[in-house]
Design a protein around this ligand. Structure first.
Ligand code: GRF
Length: 220
């Protein structure tokens, strides 16, 4: 039987913990996506070593050696084509992508963002959330469109903000939820269970948000 699993690439720039969560999820034979390629724009990205140790094709496409964004992206595109990639997951990929590249991958390019979009687009989301005094924070898996941190939302998870939180402790609890919702979002996309209508994403089984652990953990 030929495999119907969707050949998926993960683009990273750093430690790659979301990449790892996706790789772990895709180890299950029934998972509808296989991780066929990991690309990093930074040759020193820690995540590359994990991909390599796990026998996944990986490469660094160093953005610094290219004259412009589109030249850099065309190099990535060559590798994506070579590996017959069907879906791309951005996982801590710290380069803005051009409308040209995003257009090539419309409906097949997703991202994980460490905030409950549309709140806190951009960087430094956890500190900004604490500065604003919000009581609920979280993460979002979404389709990528040419505007930064916009695009139809596939899944979100919320965490309660604790009085004792620092940006670091809050980031750690949000990250744990990223590792839950991002594989779940990829699973739904790869299985062809998502339908996009305008900004809304509908899933065949009717489940919009994913488990939101809003319970405040007991003090230790
Ligand atoms: C994550 O918080 C993700 O939401 C954001 O960048 C961070 C990447 O972390 N886009 P990692 O490299 O996946 O550990």
């Amino acid at each position: 039987m030929t495999s119907q699993r969707k050949r998926t690439a993960i683009l990273i720039s750093g430690r790659g913990s979301n990449m790892r969560a996706l790789i772990e999820a895709a180890r299950v034979p029934a998972f509808p996506a296989e991780i066929a390629l990991v690309l990093s724009n930074r040759p020193d990205a820690a995540g590359l070593a994990f991909a390599k140790e796990n026998g996944i094709a990986c490469a660094a496409v160093d953005h610094k050696i290219y004259a412009g964004r589109e030249e850099f992206e065309r190099s990535m595109q060559v590798l994506l084509d070579l590996h017959r990639i069907e879906i791309i997951c951005l996982a801590g990929f710290m380069r803005m992508l051009t409308p040209w590249f995003i257009g090539q991958w419309q409906g097949a390019l997703i991202n994980i963002h460490p905030a409950l979009l549309p709140a806190y687009r951009g960087l430094d989301t956890h500190r900004r959330a604490l500065d604003d005094g919000v009581k609920i924070h979280g993460c979002t898996a979404h389709f990528v469109v040419p505007a930064m941190d916009e695009g139809p939302i596939i899944a979100q998870a919320a965490v309660a903000v604790l009085d004792s939180d620092t940006p670091e402790t809050l980031a750690a609890r949000v990250l744990a939820q990223e590792h839950v919702i991002y594989p779940a979002a990829l699973e739904r996309l790869a299985a062809g269970r998502l339908q996009v209508q305008g900004n809304r994403v509908f899933c065949e089984d009717g489940s919009g948000a994913l488990p939101a652990p809003l319970r405040v953990p007991a003090a230790s």
